[in-house]
Design a protein around this ligand. Structure first.
Ligand code: FPP
Length: 241
């Protein structure tokens, strides 16, 4: 495939990526897992630029740290948060210049003061940008997100502000972490794994899933384009015929 196969009039409006394979990439080179994550952080820039350059992608959502990732060693968890803070600080001016709005998606409880202040500064500075939204899922779990929405709905119902009979899909969608986000069109997972891993369970209902064999640190613009071409070859039926 070459880039000419990509139809820029039919781009997915919301792309999400489960970035996988940093550890295997490092192991294959005799490097530490930390080096794999550092290399993965560089791919974040390429994927963001790649989506922004295409023009019609409204949102890119990246799965950076799941509620299950706390089970990794303390050293690896610290490395991941250090990298997140570093990357956010390093990229902030460039993201802002490119008109990208950054939104962090996930539970704030459990995050350190340093990462919270970096996140808040980044969201505040970029909040009025309109070229593209970059959602970064940190301390995120799809089930936790739905639980949190249910808690909010129950609290409103108990307070008499919401009638139980009026609860519908929109009621839940409006109480997810980033309510204004559209459902996913294209969900990419790298490194050949074919799992959802608790990612955007609600929003992925009708997503086209494209599995890339490439390990995340090797994922660049060419492979991004290839996954979009694969998406464009699918016929989306949304349950119809
Ligand atoms: C999966 O690889 C990757 C992660 C758990 C973390 C993703 C984080 C980054 C790319 C670093 C920084 C992120 C941002 C947004 C700046 P893995 O460790 O599960 O790989 P393996 O399955 O090969 O072991």
């Amino acid at each position: 495939m070459n880039q000419a196969d990509l139809d820029i009039t039919r781009l997915p409006r919301h792309v999400a990526i489960i970035m996988d394979g940093n550890g295997r990439w490092a192991k294959a080179r005799g490097l530490t897992r930390a080096r794999g994550h550092e290399a993965g952080a560089r791919s974040v820039r390429l994927a963001t630029e790649g989506c922004r350059e295409l023009g019609g992608i409204e949102s890119l959502t990246l799965y950076a740290f799941s509620t299950e990732n706390w089970r990794r060693s303390k050293t690896e968890v610290n490395t991941l948060f250090r990298l997140l803070s570093k990357h956010i600080n390093l990229e902030l001016d460039n993201l802002h210049k490119e008109g990208i709005r950054v939104v962090i998606m996930g539970r704030r409880e459990g995050l350190g003061a340093r990462v919270l202040s970096d996140i808040d500064r980044c969201m505040e500075k970029t909040r009025n940008n309109t070229a593209m939204t970059l959602n970064i899922a940190i301390n995120y779990g799809g089930r936790t997100e739905i639980v949190d929405a249910c808690r909010a709905i129950a609290a409103e119902a108990v307070a008499g502000k919401l009638a139980v009979d009026s609860i519908d899909e929109a009621t839940i969608a409006e109480r997810l972490y980033v309510p204004q986000t559209r459902d996913l069109d294209l969900l990419i997972r790298t490194s050949g794994e074919m799992r959802l891993s608790n990612f955007m369970l609600w929003q992925a209902s009708y997503a086209e899933i494209v599995v890339s064999p490439v390990l995340w640190p090797d994922f660049g613009k060419a492979e991004l384009h290839r996954t979009i071409v694969e998406y464009q070859q699918r016929v989306r039926r949304f349950g119809g015929r």
